[in-house]
Design a binder for this molecule. Structure first.
Ligand code: FE2
Ligand code: FE2
Length: 272
């Protein structure tokens, strides 16, 4: 296991988002396939398969029955979507993590665990814990979707960290120990250029007093996939209690301006 290049492995498994959605069993199978492929199809000294170009990724769009930006709850990448368990009458964040956000819960828990191991401030640990939960609702622009979903219930700093982490992922920061992720060449294309609005967002965030909060989310994001490490939400119930203002009516059932986003996650099978 020590000889596995984690970045290559993640790219092989279809990228961080795909890995985050895999069960432990699927990951174990994936690692086996990766090792088999490494042994059988890549002779020593041969360059690995090159990442696709932007044009090649675009050509794949009409080959799928879903769009890549669709939230994980709303479209299965393979096979069919599963039946979902009912939520309690007054669902909490923990209920959503357990029963709706399975697509990214493991990845988020591993990120939070890593942040905690580094003794980062608890609000950063919490930001890591929630940073990708919005991917279950919408992949496109998921930093902003995540910030919007959480804004009424968390601190301004946590909202900021979540909102901008997705854009910071495209910009290296050597001092912070963050490099451009190789897997983004596979996901976005080898010749991908970050659009102007995100360049401008980066410039703003770089000068902001909470830059390091958002940057820490990306630093703990990169290495959060560890085969065999299982993290329980039970280890973070206290952190959630201190950093998330749970509405007494239940998420989706309070009168907040974002309640409909939580209701959509609660009832993703509703036809209208
Ligand atoms: Fe993210
Ligand atoms: Fe992430």
């Amino acid at each position: 296991m020590a000889n596995i290049d984690r970045r290559n492995l993640i790219a092989f498994l279809g990228g961080a988002a795909a890995v985050a959605g895999m069960t432990a069993e699927a990951k174990a199978e994936g690692i086996e396939s990766y090792l088999a492929a490494s042994v059988t199809s890549v002779p020593p000294g041969t360059a690995p398969k090159r990442p696709p170009t932007v044009a090649e990724l675009e050509a794949q769009i009409p080959t799928r029955p879903y769009r890549r930006g669709a939230g994980k709850l709303f479209a299965a990448e393979q096979g069919n979507v599963p039946l979902l368990a009912a939520l309690p009458a007054k669902p909490t964040l923990t209920d959503f993590i357990r029963l709706r956000f399975m697509g990214t819960s493991e990845h988020c828990l591993q990120s939070a665990r890593l942040a905690r191991q580094k003794n980062l401030d608890e609000d950063i640990v919490f930001a890591c814990l929630i940073h990708d939960l919005s991917l279950n609702v919408m992949r496109t622009d998921h930093g902003f979707w995540g910030a919007q979903m959480f804004e009424p219930y968390v601190s301004e700093k946590v909202t900021f960290a979540v909102r901008h982490h997705a854009t910071l992922r495209f910009f290296p920061d050597k001092e912070a120990g963050y490099e451009y992720p190789e897997l983004y060449r596979t996901m976005f294309g080898s010749d991908y250029v970050v659009p102007a609005h995100q360049q401008a967002e980066y410039q703003m965030v770089r000068k902001h007093r909470w830059y390091s909060a958002s940057r820490q989310v990306t630093v703990n994001d990169l290495y959060s996939f560890e085969p065999g490490v299982k993290v329980s939400i039970d280890d973070f119930v206290d952190v959630i209690g201190r950093h998330f203002r749970q509405p007494k009516e239940g998420l989706g059932l309070d009168a907040s301006p974002v309640a409909h986003i939580w209701r959509s996650a609660a009832n993703p099978d509703s036809p209208l």
